[in-house]
Write a protein that binds this ligand. Sequence first.
Ligand code: AMP
Ligand code: ZN
Length: 317
Amino acid sequence: MKCKRCGGKARVQLRHHNAAFCQPCFVFFFQRQVQRTIEHEHMFTLEDRILVAVSGGKDSLALWDVLATLGYQTTGLHLSLGIGDYSRDSAEKTKAFAEARGLALLTVDLEESALAIPVLARATRRPACATCGLSKRHHFDAVAAQNDFRVVATGHNLDDEAARLLGNVMRWQRGYLSKQKPVLEPNHPKFARKVRPLFRLTEYETAVYAFLRKIEYVVEECPNAEGASQLVYKDALNRIEAVMPGSKLGFVQEFLKSAQPLFEQEDLPPPETCSTCGMPSWGVTCSYCGLTARATATLSPQPTPSPDANPEGEETR
Ligand code: AMP
Ligand code: ZN
């Protein structure tokens, strides 16, 4: 098979585009796809400062690599989630990537502030993945606001978007469908625009790109993801894609074009301000501060009776 761009021997076959590329041309193709998505969706320009959320996995590191190569002004943000060796490895890989390329990286260590995901999840009896999602969203917004970033980019790829869409459609989650877009405009001055420049590129394509660019990333999945419904949806979509290449891309693109606008919610009340952290909130405190307050209350030691207290509880004179 021949490379679609240069006519040389093709090494990467993309059935969903009915195309194949040699290695250098695939790298060019991948970077150009990201550039086109950024421009087509009006995500940001060369003048904007972008906060790139980097987990240490292939997608977010590939995204950071592309954005830096294309000349965008980027700063990485890594959250150490406190999930044992997985988090230690993720932080190391992210720091090594930034150092090797001379890129600026901000880090937030949740374990240091006693807000590690497993601790929060146990204390509040919420599923780890839900706790993790809430923590990430809060810290992305808070760090962007503190450092005056107007754009936050994440490495969600086509497989992530298609699986999320399938999950939202299975339960007809109107609220979530209204927010399923590659560009989410802020509804409060303290929020940044959220963008997903890899949403048209598959997990396979980002894996190949990371490999060809010699990016060292964390290979293992988060231990909490085992059994997560996202993986079931991804598996189902992969089976469909194997028989009908292009299904995932069509599913997401057609949704965005034809169905997503029908779910747009209008006249939502503007958010208030969280009395604890000062970020936008739909109650007196934001969901994250509510969660951490519940966890702290559960974890703080119960007061023990002092030695001279009356053990019988009788009235003393
Ligand atoms: P996930 O929610 O794990 O599927 O990750 C989706 C995207 O969120 C990644 O591509 C990253 O951009 C971002 N992300 C996930 N985990 C972290 C983390 N620990 N620190 C910073 N960004 C993250
Ligand atoms: Zn708050």
